[in-house]
Design a protein around this ligand. Structure first.
Ligand SMILES: C[S@@+](CC[C@H](N)C(=O)[O-])C[C@H]1O[C@@H](n2cnc3c(N)ncnc32)[C@H](O)[C@@H]1O
Length: 311
């Protein structure tokens, strides 16, 4: 394995690293599209990080979309009754702030969530990006597995879509696969032949346990789902990023659609699966771990008896 740095003219990368360490090494605005499918509540003790990221399309430089005070209040209220929520928020927020930094001005972020998390992360993304940058909530509807009898069986995931700049983002629905009309008898044969543009509700089967796409990675998402997102929100040759990459579904789609990709995962099994799936299209890299910050010795007293600056 080598350790080449990412360069704009270089090739695709599979990166074995904690994304919190790796993302800050990438330059601002490098990616046209970012897709992430984060784990829910990793159960690990997370180091709290204060994000200082601010965004502003017009340059005024504050958390514009959702006023700072309400954001803090909502966050505080939610944290006060749910410890797991606080951990999850502290884990995800700095990483999504990095996603904002790494997006090009015409870039788009897709965040794959489920019905239990989506509302919290919507609030977080409104704060990080601004409400005017919210483009869509895509519902991925599938029909698989058992059905609860005591409520409506949950058979969908939610994908939040945010753009860096609502006045400049790239979106090309002509590149997207079209769907059959539900009532073909009501439209012209030409329309039937062309199919209709998808809406924000995407019906798609899960990865078939016996199908060719299956890698064995437990949380693998179907390529068909990501193909739409990549096709609409990036162009050939553009850079796309997944920093919770798992089995590398984003990379697989990107390679087929002639995009360049960076897929990051901290789990050695994910790197194994991605190497087998995408090794023909990308180099596998293990960046050096950042050096731990050593505690400084206490500052000596100055002759006047005042402390010398510690930092
Ligand atoms: C839900 S899975 C992603 C599945 C992926 N969308 C696919 O189609 O295979 C989430 C992934 O995030 C990875 N992960 C969790 N915490 C991470 C971190 N701090 N840095 C990098 N990867 C992380 C996990 O190892 C896991 O593979």
């Amino acid at each position: 394995m080598s350790t080449p740095d990412w360069t704009p003219d270089g090739g695709s990368l599979i990166v074995h690293a904690d994304n919190a360490d790796y993302l800050p090494t990438l330059p601002d605005g490098a990616f046209t599209m970012i897709y992430v499918d984060p784990p829910f509540n990793t159960g690990r003790a997370q180091r709290r990080q204060q994000t200082t990221m601010v965004r502003s399309v017009d340059g005024s430089g504050d958390r514009t979309g959702f006023k700072g005070r309400s954001y803090t209040t909502v966050k505080g209220l939610l944290s006060s009754y749910d410890d797991a929520f606080e951990d999850y928020w502290a884990f995800l927020e700095p990483r999504l702030a990095q996603a904002w930094r790494l997006l090009a001005d015409d870039g788009t972020l897709y965040v794959h969530l489920d019905y239990r998390e989506v509302h919290y992360i919507k609030v977080m993304l409104d704060a990080l990006f601004g409400r005017d940058c919210f483009l869509n909530e895509i519902i991925w509807a599938y029909d698989y597995g058992g059905r609860a009898k005591n409520r409506w069986p949950a058979k969908h995931d939610n994908i939040l879509v945010y753009v860096k700049n609502p006045a400049a983002y790239h979106f090309d629905n002509a590149e997207v696969d079209r769907e059959p009309y539900m009532a073909p008898g009501l439209v012209t044969p030409e329309k039937v032949a062309l199919g209709k543009l998808p809406t924000d509700v995407w019906w798609h089967t899960i990865v078939s346990p016996t199908g060719r796409e299956k890698t064995g990675y437990p949380t693998q998402k179907p390529e068909g789902l990501l193909r739409r997102a990549v096709a609409a929100s990036s162009r050939e040759g553009d850079w796309v990023l997944d920093f919770f990459a798992g089995s590398g579904t984003l990379g697989a789609v990107a390679a087929k659609l002639n995009r360049r990709f960076v897929c990051v995962d901290a789990n050695p099994q994910a790197i194994e699966v991605m190497t087998a799936r995408l090794g023909h299209a990308a180099a596998v890299v293990v960046p050096p771990k950042p050096k731990p910050v050593r505690a400084r010795r206490p500052a000596k007293k100055s002759p006047a008896g005042t402390e010398a600056a510690a930092l």
